[in-house]
Design a protein around this ligand. Structure first.
Ligand code: NAI
Ligand code: MG
Length: 352
């Protein structure tokens, strides 16, 4: 089991350290960890946010554990030298086309949600966001119109194969959960969305045990706040998924608790290759103070064991240890408590 660990910047190294301690405590067979530089630290050491050595390390690994990148000192740099390019470059190079973001309200934390506690308590959903297509990767530019003003444009495009592969992944995810899939689009206005809807509908024939519903994105945004408990798995394109997944995470409460997986098509000896990271960034405002909540990164390591190593039992053990620590009142600063990064790691380890 080869895991590449890329701690990155700010609180990245602080939170990945705790996740690595948890992985090491599990006695995984032939666990080998490699550490590589990404982000501002890589720029300072190698002149680039994603050095070749790091990329090679990721390609040779069975999975990647990623902390966070971003540093205010890099704000003036050209775009291709900025730390954030490291994560974009890894997603593109490794063909990570599916971003999975579970959002579940932990017992005892209903009050942290922006929603009413009884509504928040019902949240147990998974957003599957397409990550390699859509307006982010279509032709784009700025042109001069006849009247002299500038016009910016970004092309939204999806090929059938791109929709099909993310749809299959989402249907399989729904099979492993409550068997309900909502496909989110804007088919009443967009050609891309009509094709998306057609293809998802075709793929549904392979999964008679999953109930498929199509929903317009504006309605989905509303339902996520009105009645998030109605959702099991949501599948959607890159742009809509970007927005809805941030919205869903804040319905749960804290940014320090939410994990993510980015998966591609590469199969290893153990499972599907993937990159795992907390959804938060490098939090420069609290970096170096030992105040970051490492739970999101620890839960990302659990997702790694599930998806890249087929170790559902170990994944569930970690998730249960985190849930019990929270139920016992262990709270980081993001949850209004004062438990430090190491103390939260200890609390999870004790409960493993
Ligand atoms: P952020 O997520 O780093 O921080 C937002 C707020 O949440 C801050 O007040 C921070 O202290 C708090 N916070 C975040 N994670 C926390 C944790 N684990 N425990 C306790 N509190 C936590 O977002 P922000 O401030 O917008 O971005 C900071 C830098 O991170 C930027 O350079 C940005 O580009 C980068 N970033 C990187 C990402 C990645 O590596 N995938 C994702 C998002 C942002
Ligand atoms: Mg986002």
């Amino acid at each position: 089991m080869k895991i590449a660990v890329f701690p990155g910047d700010g609180i990245g190294p602080e939170v990945t350290r705790e996740a690595v301690r948890v992985l090491q405590a599990l006695d995984l067979p032939e666990l080998t960890l490699f550490e590589g530089d990404v982000g501002a630290i890589a720029y300072r050491r190698h002149g680039r946010p994603l050095p070749d050595e790091t990329l090679e390390m990721a390609r040779a690994a069975d999975a990647v554990l990623f902390g966070a990148v971003g540093d205010p000192s890099c704000d003036g740099l050209e775009r291709h030298l900025r730390p954030e390019q490291a994560i974009l470059g890894l997603r593109a190079d490794l063909g990570l086309f599916a971003n999975l973001r579970p959002a579940t309200t932990f017992a005892g934390l209903e009050g942290m949600s922006a929603l009413r506690p009884e509504i928040a308590a019902a949240i147990d959903l998974l957003i599957v966001r397409e990550l390699n297509g859509d307006v982010y990767f279509g032709d784009k530019g700025t042109r001069r119109l006849d009247d002299g003003q500038r016009q910016g444009w970004d092309m939204m495009a999806y090929a059938e194969d791109e929709v099909r592969r993310i749809a299959h992944l989402a249907f399989r995810a729904a099979q492993g959960r409550k068997g309900q899939l909502v496909s989110v689009d804007k088919a009443n206005v967009l050609e891309t969305s009509q094709l998306w809807r057609d293809v998802v509908g075709e793929v549904a024939a392979d999964y008679p045990d999953v109930a498929l519903e199509h929903m317009y994105v504006d309605n989905a945004a509303m339902q996520l706040v009105r009645d998030p408990g109605r959702f099991d798995v949501i599948v959607t394109g890159n742009l809509f998924g970007d927005i809805l997944s941030d919205q869903a995470s804040m319905c749960v409460g804290s940014i320090g608790l939410l994990a993510s997986a980015s998966l591609g098509q590469r199969e290893t000896a153990f499972g599907t290759f993937g990159l795992y990271e907390p959804i938060h960034g490098s939090a420069p405002d609290i970096a170096g103070q030992g105040r970051a909540n490492p739970m999101a990164t620890i839960l990302s390591a659990a997702m790694m064991l599930r998806h890249s190593f087929g170790r559902e039992d170990d994944a569930a053990r970690i998730e249960s240890a985190v849930a019990r620590a929270l139920a016992d009142g262990v709270r980081g600063g993001d949850l209004g408590g004062d438990a430090g990064t190491g103390a939260i790691g200890d609390a999870v380890l004790e409960r493993l």
